[in-house]
Design a protein around this ligand. Structure first.
Ligand code: NAP
Length: 246
């Protein structure tokens, strides 16, 4: 399905990003496994892809850093000549009630989740425009759609991702480039496992399908948006949340 395509997945050392990297590679794409701090885990993802007969490379880069992300894009383009699929998945949480939220926690979350997404799109946009094709898939969240107490910073960043997605989709549509956002609900990863049990149970009760989602389920949606079957879909926010936001 994606043979000959090059995909760059940010934050692919674990969780949803890892499953996206494995899924795109299993469908024929060459995958750049970006990570920030977890080198060993990113190397493991590459090994897993290679063991299954795929092609991948791990590249360290803090996507929140404008210059560093430009450098990563330059290196990737020098080696692979193109990027067909960009998945902006890298994300962090620094939860806390607004009254106690520090400036540092606000900035850190906005810088990684929103500015990091901007940085990657900005640096790859020239190459996407030149090749007149491309798929950009940004990870938003139900928190960005509905808001969530204790996540003012995270919700703001994920709502920002939606605005960014729609604006960029409009700018790039005339060149055949599709830009969409995914809004997952409560997915079983280290990010959600870090939440207090009480908060986890409260969230589960809000899910009509009665269970958490799996990273592999999100990865299948990314696969659809990365392939040609979704060529007429752009500027959309697609929820995958067990019915939380219906
Ligand atoms: P996770 O398990 O905490 O993994 C986060 C990934 O992002 C890691 O690979 C991490 O790499 C990477 N990362 C963090 N900061 C980075 C940076 N500055 N530069 C590059 N990579 C960075 O998170 P997840 O649950 O898989 O979430 C993935 C995405 O889905 C996030 O954008 C998240 O907001 C979104 N999402 C998740 C859920 C959920 O329920 N889990 C729901 C809605 C949306 P290192 O370890 O190397 O730092």
């Amino acid at each position: 399905m994606l043979a000959g395509k090059v995909a760059l997945v940010t934050g692919a050392s674990r969780g949803i990003g890892k499953e996206i990297a494995l899924t795109l590679a299993a469908n024929g794409a060459t995958v750049i496994v970006n990570y920030n701090g977890s080198k060993e885990r990113a190397d493991e993802v590459v090994k897993e892809i290679e063991a299954a007969g795929g092609t991948a490379e791990a590249i360290q880069c803090n996507v929140a850093d404008f210059q560093a992300s430009e450098e990563m894009v330059k290196n990737v383009l020098a080696t692979y000549k193109k990027v067909d699929i960009l998945v902006n998945n890298a994300g962090i949480t620094r939860d806390g009630l607004l009254m106690r939220m520090s400036e540092e926690d606000y900035d850190a979350v906005l810088n990684t989740n929103l500015k990091g997404t901007f940085n990657m799109i900005r640096h790859l946009s020239r190459s996407f425009l030149k090749q007149r094709s491309g798929k950009i898939i940004n990870l938003s969240s139900v928190s960005g759609v509905m808001g969530n107490a204790g996540q003012a910073n995270y919700s703001a960043s994920k709502a920002g991702v939606i605005g960014l997605t729609k604006s960029v989709a409009r700018e790039l549509a005339s060149r055949g480039i599709c830009v969409n956002a995914i809004a997952p609900g409560f997915i079983d990863t280290e990010m959600t496992q870090a939440m207090p049990e009480e908060a986890q149970n409260g969230l589960k009760q809000m899910i009509p399908l009665g269970r958490m989602g799996e990273a592999a389920e999100v990865a299948k949606l990314v696969l659809f948006l990365a392939g040609n079957d979704s060529n007429y879909i752009t500027g959309q926010v697609i929820s995958i949340d067990g019915g939380m936001t219906m």
